[in-house]
Ligand binder design. Structure first.
Ligand SMILES: Cc1ncc(COP(=O)(O)O)c(C=O)c1O
Length: 407
């Protein structure tokens, strides 16, 4: 029975029964307790940049407050920020959206995911999610009453999109397919050929596509982000998720966007009207300023991530029994290890924290079945901490685990 089943005032709503507490909570709580006790903790569990927000964005918010822009704004977000988002999508991804009717400013990318799912999915519907995946999708799908259909990706194929498996998972109940490129947790970036194949698979169906592109600006070396909305005629059925949290280090601002054809944005806007109503008015000029004037800062942060990625891969590559999927984008290493060298991921994560003071996320947070021998390492931290923490992880993985630990 769910721990939420009983309160002094009766049970919590049945829709919460299937929504489990996050398996990473224990790691977060323990890492926070170690911090509070004054221990030096290597924080690789957090999926947020360690940089400050660009000054131009902060200045625009101060000016907005100075002008007294403290009241409700349009449900879809300010016209100026929607225009900035549409310009940005055109210049960076070659996709065209009418700011008046095809862009919704959201409370983080999180709300964009939620609005899209609430607008289109409900009991009886299935939503295909290739896993490992950001855990929020499956919980949000369940909140709508729909059923998540996880499609396992293969470690030995570098967790690339398994399009045969996605095709095989489609039924006449499939309401939506969710892809995330660049990917959290694997760092994988979908290729043009993969997206073209996806468009052929979806063509005869009524299924929508959710394309989570929150990490789109964080790609490395010769990798390129391709928005499905720019491929063949996928735009018609695609809801694009984007945001400011990752590329602009603005996670605490809680702003993002949902972009799509007018007919798909309108139902999402209806959900917004009865939930959050509008994004904070005075933050929106700051977000527009970031998109228009902070490209150089964003590029400097991307280069810094690229340096860390290189340094991290040098340490992680070639460790016996360990493989790291090719992280072409985002800021994570998704490391998979042989069950012969270490215990299941949740125990390993706890041991890393207790013995080495390194906090990582067990792969089960992204794929409860397939992630039992994987961990996610975020490299959104100082490069010195990264190299020292990774050395500690390697040391743990190459030292005999405690007796009875292997299962
Ligand atoms: C894949 C993915 N999508 C969406 C989000 C949510 O971003 P935001 O902070 O803008 O709500 C995250 C945050 O970690 C993420 O990893």
């Amino acid at each position: 029975m769910s721990t939420l089943a009983a309160t002094r005032f009766g049970r919590a709503a049945a829709r919460l029964d299937e929504i489990k507490p996050s398996p990473i909570r224990m790691i977060f709580d323990k890492a926070a307790a170690l911090d509070a006790a004054g221990e030096k903790v290597y924080h690789f569990e957090i999926g947020r940049p360690d940089f400050d927000t660009p000054n131009v964005a902060k200045g625009a918010v101060a000016a907005s407050l100075g002008r007294g822009e403290v009241h409700y704004g349009p449900n879809a977000g300010t016209a100026d920020l929607r225009a900035a988002i549409a310009d940005y999508l055109m210049s960076r991804r070659g996709t065209s959206y009418d700011p008046a009717s095809e862009v919704l400013v959201t409370i983080g990318a999180n709300e964009a995911v939620f609005l899209a799912l609430m607008a289109f999915c409900g009991p009886g519907d299935e939503v295909i999610v290739p896993v490992p995946a950001w855990a929020h999708y499956q919980s949000c799908i369940r909140l709508t009453g729909a059923t998540p259909v996880p499609v396992p990706l293969k470690a030995d194929a570098d967790f690339s999109l398994d399009l045969d498996a996605i095709e095989a998972a489609i039924t006449d109940r499939t309401r939506m397919v969710i892809i995330c490129t660049p990917n959290n947790p694997t760092g994988g970036v979908a290729s043009q050929a993969e997206i073209e194949r996806l468009s052929q698979i979806l063509e005869p169906t009524d299924s929508l596509l959710m394309s989570d592109e929150i990490y789109a600006d964080l790609v490395y070396e010769d990798a390129a982000h391709i928005s499905p909305a720019a491929v063949n005629n996928l735009r018609e059925r695609t809801l694009v998720i984007g945001g400011f949290a990752k590329a602009f280090a603005m996670d605490g601002w809680r702003l993002g966007w949902l972009a799509g054809p007018h007919e798909l944005i309108t139902p999402a806007l209806r959900v917004r009207q009865y939930t959050t109503v509008c994004p904070p008015t005075f933050l929106q000029p700051g977000a527009a300023a970031a998109l228009r004037h902070a490209r150089a800062e964003a590029e400097a942060m991307r280069r810094e991530f690229e340096d860390r990625r290189r340094a991290g891969l040098e340490i992680l590559t070639g460790v016996p029994g360990v493989s790291v999927s090719k992280p072409d984008g985002a800021f994570y290493f998704y490391l998979t290890y042989s069950p012969l060298i270490a215990e299941p991921a949740e125990q390993l994560a706890m041991r890393l924290l207790e013995e080495q003071k390194v906090a990582v996320v067990p792969g089960t947070a992204f794929d409860p079945d397939g992630g039992k021998h994987s961990i996610r390492i975020s490299y959104a931290c100082h490069i010195d901490d990264l190299t020292e923490g990774l050395r500690r992880i390697v040391q743990t993985l190459t030292t005999t685990p405690p007796e009875g630990a292997l299962q």
